[in-house]
Write a protein that binds this ligand. Structure first.
Ligand code: ADP
Length: 414
């Protein structure tokens, strides 16, 4: 097609209707077969096409021998002219004009159909693009709005938690002073009341901190500063912190850290927060006199996708261990298999009598998951056999340590 421009309204003309090439080819064939000269002019007098032997002279439009207007849909779109051959009688060439006219109509009609369908297609596309652009704009505006709300939420949470934390710290401090007898000796009952005030205050402080962490994680402003970090002392520190809780609950806490577990690349404060949370949960959900275990060992992970533990006992010097797996096992009420996928969602709590007994906001595991993932690690939950829960945290070991292990493996090869 030649020179077609489709505006919203379609204008009929030789150029918008016809397929130029097909039209010219047909005219050329007709001229050769019938041995005539054919010409088509546009309404403005410009020549659209002229084909045939030059010997068959073609007179100017107004004096031409045979001519017929091309009218399409009530619009005059051109003039078809037949060249003058003085040797041929008029009745012999007249049917040529009629034949050419019929085929021309067919070609124009066909051209019109494809032109209209192309115009329709283009209009549909344009409408589609307009709608998508509009939706994009709306989405962008909504996203900006949400971001603004998010910022407001974080600012609000930051301010509120700061405002709550300051008086709470005083309450806890004065509570401690009362317990220590700074303001005079307390009776057993008074001591009990003060220790309840302190316990609830600590819970409140923990909740405020969790909410602040969640807000920071949601907005991506929680900083994780990673550096080479020795995991065994960190885990020993966590276990030591819980000794009083363990004693109070008459539980047993076992720490089993393989001597091969050395350095990872992590944020000591944040990882301590993760393991404290998991051990705290294990203690919370364990019945009296039960066992809580904290284990750490080297594992092999594949292509960044941590697989289930592939540990050989004893450790093989020919295997390139590249991750540490920390398992926190308890023999408590356990978590039903169908809850495993949801317990890492913020504010999600398993609806059980055990959960209702222990207060919490359902934020701890969501925070743990984000922190572990910020360390390129994974956290999963499994059932601890024969009963209880086992949380598995897998963290990549520090690059220098990894290189050392790979070198070690290489040097042992025959
Ligand atoms: P919370 O701060 O409320 O304990 P978490 O995010 O730490 O929230 O845990 C979410 C839920 O997962 C808990 O409410 C509890 O139902 C379940 N859960 C977590 N750890 C254990 C566990 N060791 N044993 C049984 N249930 C657990």
């Amino acid at each position: 097609m030649n020179d077609r421009s489709f505006d919203d309204s379609f204008t009929a003309s030789l150029r918008t209707l016809g397929d130029d090439e097909a039209l010219r080819e047909f005219l050329q064939n007709a001229a050769t077969i019938h041995r005539v000269t054919l010409a088509i002019d546009e309404p403005n007098g410009q020549s659209f096409a002229i084909v045939g032997e030059s010997s068959w002279r073609l007179p100017p439009a107004h004096t031409c021998w045979l001519a017929e207007a091309i009218v399409y849909d009530g619009v005059n779109i051109g003039l078809l002219r037949l060249g003058h051959d003085p040797l041929r009688p008029e009745h012999e060439v007249e049917p040529v004009l009629a034949h050419v006219r019929i085929v021309l109509d067919l070609l124009l009609h066909h051209g019109h159909r494809s032109a209209v369908s192309a115009a329709l297609q283009e209009a549909t596309m344009r409408e589609h693009v307009r709608q998508v652009t509009m939706q994009n704009e709306e989405l962008r505006a909504a996203y900006e709005h949400v971001r603004q709300l998010d910022r407001l939420k974080i600012d609000f949470l930051g301010t509120v938690s700061h405002e709550l934390r300051t008086p709470l710290t005083s309450i806890l401090g004065y509570g401690e002073m009362l317990t220590q007898g700074v303001a005079g000796a307390l009776s057993t009952e008074q001591l009990e009341f003060v220790s309840t005030i302190r316990e609830k205050g600590e819970q409140l402080l923990q909740l405020i901190n969790s909410m602040l962490d969640t807000a920071k994680l949601e907005s991506g402003t929680l900083d994780v500063h990673r550096s080479p970090l020795l995991l065994p002392p960190l885990l020993e520190g966590v276990a030591a912190t819980f000794v009083p809780h363990i004693r109070r609950r008459e539980l047993r806490l076992e720490l089993d850290v393989s001597t091969d577990v050395l350095e990872i690349f992590g944020d000591a404060v944040r990882l301590r927060q993760v393991f404290m949370n998991l051990v705290d949960n294990a203690i919370k959900f364990s019945p009296k006199r039960e066992l809580v275990r904290l284990e750490a060992r080297l594992v092999v992970s594949s292509l960044g996708e941590f697989s289930a533990a592939l540990v050989e006992e004893p450790l093989s010097p020919t295997v390139a261990y590249d991750a540490v797996e920390v398992r926190i096992r308890d023999r408590g009420c356990g978590i039903a298999q169908d809850e495993h996928g949801r317990i890492f969602d913020p504010f999600y709590q398993v609806d059980s009598s055990q959960t209702r007994k222990h207060q919490g906001a359902g934020l701890g595991l969501a925070i743990c998951k984000r922190i572990v993932e910020a360390h390129d690690g994974r956290i999963n939950v499994e059932s601890n056999e024969p009963h209880g829960t086992c949380f598995v945290v897998t963290l990549p070991i520090a690059p220098p340590d990894r290189e050392r292990r790979v070198r070690l493996r290489g040097s042992l090869r025959p």
